[in-house]
Each structure stands twice: as structure tokens, then as C-alpha cells.
Design a protein around this ligand. Structure first.
Ligand code: SF4
Length: 197
């Protein structure tokens, strides 16, 4: 199949019934990527969270709001970006009525990789930015170190790639350090913005 012929809507429908790993069972639904089919930039996060699992859309919860703020400050409109995750079902553990995020395993990332590859082949973005260590390692391998390599423009499979933190990380730092953490995320996204063709 020619890459130009890959239909994102068809992929989305197919992914909705994916059972390649066990994460589909307790989750509400597949959270496929979203955004313009010819976006110049693809943002890749780790996995959907609680709110995303319910809404069926990526980055609509608290971390999504942080991302919106950071993108806006970096001069990137959310509407110009294709947003997705390395793993498309929410992995969690139940604590009473709450569903707590559980980091996806290597087997989940591997099982889900074909969907991400299909999204990349369909959208063909000029640049990719990964959000968080899990997403970065999913694309760049286990040796990648986000702390020392974030914000750098890397060559990855013929594209330019910048790795930065996941916006949920901003929410986990102490309140007094939050502005600084957000500013660092914005600075990384400004590096990404400079890659706009
Ligand atoms: S996480 Fe990915 S591979 Fe696993 S069932 Fe969901 S869509 Fe399929």
C-alpha cells in the first residue's frame, strides 16, 4: 500500500477492536491519535489516562491542559498537531473507586507499536516530539536518557525528533517548582516549533 493511501479513519476503526495485548480488557476503549491527517508535527505520549480513557480522546485530562498551555507559550497551535500515544489503552490498577495510572510494560509497547507505525506512515510528519521517558524509549530504545538528552534535535528514521517530559510530570513537582518545570517544557517545545517547515 502506498503510504499516501493510508486512511487514518480506517485505522482508527480497526484499532477500536484491537486485542493484541491484555490492556484492552479492563479499559473503556482504544484511544487512537487525533489531529490533522497531514500535520507537520506528531506528539507521542505514553498512554491515555483516566479522563482520556473515558473520553476516547488523547490529552483531554489535567496533563492535556498543561500541554495546551505549554504548546501555546511555545507558539504551536494544538490544532496543527497530531497527538497520539505509544500505547493506546489505559493501563491502571484499581484502588477503591479510583483507577491509578500504571506504567505500560515493554510487551504492551511492542504490541501497540504497529498502530504508531501506521499513524506515522499515514500522517508523515516532518517532526516528532516524544512526551515522557516511556514514549522516548519506545521510539529511541532503552538506552535513551531523557534527563541528559531532552530538548535536543535528533535524527530518527529520517525525521527530526525532540524528546521532552510528559506534561503530567509538571503536575507532580512541588507547587513552588512548577513554573520552572513548565518553562523547561516550553523551552523544549520552542525547539520543536523551530522545526516547522
Ligand atoms: S494497548 Fe495497543 S496493542 Fe494493546 S490492545 Fe490496546 S491498542 Fe491493542
Amino acid at each position: 500500500m502506498e503510504t499516501a493511501e493510508i486512511d487514518l479513519d480506517a485505522l482508527r476503526r480497526e484499532a477500536a477492536s484491537c486485542t493484541r495485548c491484555e490492556l484492552y480488557e479492563p479499559a473503556t476503549q482504544t484511544v487512537f491519535g487525533e489531529g490533522p491527517p497531514t500535520a507537520w508535527l506528531m506528539l507521542v505520549g505514553e498512554q491515555p489516562g483516566d479522563k482520556e480513557d473515558i473520553a476516547g480522546k488523547p490529552f483531554v485530562g489535567p496533563a492535556g491542559r498543561v500541554l495546551d498551555t505549554a504548546l501555546e507559550r511555545a507558539g504551536i497551535a494544538r490544532a496543527e498537531v497530531y497527538l497520539t500515544n505509544a500505547v493506546k489503552h489505559f493501563r491502571f490498577e484499581r484502588r477503591g473507586n479510583r483507577r491509578l495510572h500504571k506504567t505500560p510494560g515493554v510487551t504492551h509497547i511492542r504490541a501497540c507499536r504497529p498502530w504508531l507505525d501506521c499513524e506515522l506512515a499515514a500522517v508523515r510528519p516532518d517532526a516528532v516530539a516524544t512526551l515522557g521517558a516511556i514514549a522516548a524509549k519506545a521510539l529511541l530504545g532503552p538506552k535513551f536518557r531523557l534527563t541528559s538528552q531532552r530538548g535536543q534535535v535528533l535524527d530518527w528514521e529520517g525525521r527530526r525528533l525532540v524528546a521532552t517530559v510528559h506534561p503530567s510530570a509538571i503536575l507532580r513537582v512541588p507547587v513552588e517548582a512548577r513554573d520552572e518545570a513548565l518553562a523547561a517544557l516550553v523551552a523544549d517545545l520552542q525547539v520543536v516549533a523551530a522545526l516547522r517547515p
